[in-house]
Design a protein around this ligand. Structure first.
Ligand code: AMP
Ligand code: MG
Length: 345
């Protein structure tokens, strides 16, 4: 199959709708990462997502909705009662945007989407291209990240092509993604917010809005608690080269490694060192993380080393992605790094 890459225009949106209505796949930009879209209420189309990605069917998908109105999601059978009141406030405040809500599954949602669960993950993206596509198709799109399973999520159209060339008919190119990491996933069982996957919408922002403590519950944060979100694997988003999280900021650049620094160093840096946030903003680091992991990985180094992530409200999201992409950690001991593997189960 020939994979075409087309910039977003009314013509390419129409073409994307035509492909989607035939039950095929289209990759499209969102503010988080590029999604691999299919008609979310059509089981045979959803099935194709799992095949193209090599994703296990036990890993549920997120439905992307044309409307930020939960009442409409209920009226169209995407979600059902009881709808927790706090989800209304979260949707009103953060949609369209990078927040996914876990809500009771409506009768129209196939089991393929939810991996058999009685809850469904939904969000309304803010990217203009995603909004144009969703309003043109006027139906929910199931859309996980447009990468092969377990690989780094794509944050621009060329990365999608690298991942899925020949496997899908069309990639809509809407430029680089603003957020650069996947959405925050929030569960609201008993109306209490729990973050199952940290993202750009932080626990602090949710707590402040709802006036309730918002816990982060995933394996990378609470090592001993079992994950409450299927698909939140301890290993994910990984480059092909081993990635090590450094205990200390990287000061020495050894030729056999690629280096990802948080800030620009005082002195000049070599070409095999890349900076996550030249302006020292965690949002900028998130935006650059997957792009730089891809660049470093393309050099096939012995290993990729990454700086510790400084404390901020966004640090849990960055640490989560880096931890799950990693093989282990590295400690600088005088004149060399000592590597330590980690449990990946
Ligand atoms: P993505 O791979 O970015 O499409 O994100 C999908 C992720 O959302 C899954 O891997 C789960 O971690 C989470 N998710 C989706 N549906 C549910 C659900 N019903 N309950 C809990 N987590 C879910
Ligand atoms: Mg993914």
């Amino acid at each position: 199959m020939k994979t075409r890459v087309l910039p977003i225009s009314s013509g390419s949106i129409q073409e994307a709708c035509h492909i989607l209505r035939q039950g095929d796949l289209v990759a499209f930009p969102t503010e988080t990462v590029y999604g691999l879209g299919a008609l979310g209420l059509l089981p045979s189309a959803v099935q194709k997502i799992f095949e193209a990605k090599g994703r296990p069917s036990t890993d549920p998908l997120i439905l992307h909705l044309p409307s930020a109105d939960l009442a409409q999601a209920r009226a169209t059978g995407v979600i059902t009662d009881p709808i927790p009141p706090n989800s209304q406030l979260l949707a009103k405040t953060f949609w369209p945007g990078p927040l996914t809500l876990i809500l009771p599954r409506g009768p129209k949602v196939p089991h393929e989407v939810t991996a058999g669960l009685e809850t469904v993950a939904i969000r309304c993206p803010s990217h203009l291209g995603a909004q144009q596509l969703l309003s043109a198709i006027d139906a929910p799109l199931a859309a996980p990240s447009a990468n092969r399973f377990g690989r780094i999520s794509p944050t621009d159209a060329s990365a999608v092509l690298q991942e899925l060339d020949g496997k899908i008919p069309l990639i809509l190119d809407g430029g680089p993604c603003l957020n650069g990491i996947e959405s925050t996933v929030v569960s609201l069982s008993q109306n209490q917010p729990t973050i199952l996957r940290p993202g750009v919408i932080t626990a602090q922002a949710i707590s402040q809005l709802l006036g309730l403590e918002c816990k982060i519950s995933c394996r990378t944060q609470l090592q001993d608690t079992p994950t409450t979100s299927p698909g939140m694997l301890a290993s994910h988003y990984a480059p092909l080269s081993p990635l090590y999280c450094c205990h200390q900021p990287i000061k020495t650049f050894l030729p056999e490694f690629q280096h990802i620094l948080f800030h620009s160093p005082q002195e000049s840096k070599p070409d095999h060192a890349h900076v996550l946030s030249p302006n020292q903003h965690p949002e900028e680091a998130a935006q650059n993380l997957y792009r730089l992991l891809r660049i470093a990985d393309a050099q096939s180094p012995q290993a990729i080393l990454i700086d510790p992530i400084p404390h901020s409200d966004l640090a849990p999201a960055l640490q989560d992605r880096i931890f799950r992409a990693s093989t282990g950690s590295a400690i600088w001991q005088g004149d060399s790094w000592t590597f330590q593997g980690r449990d990946k189960t």
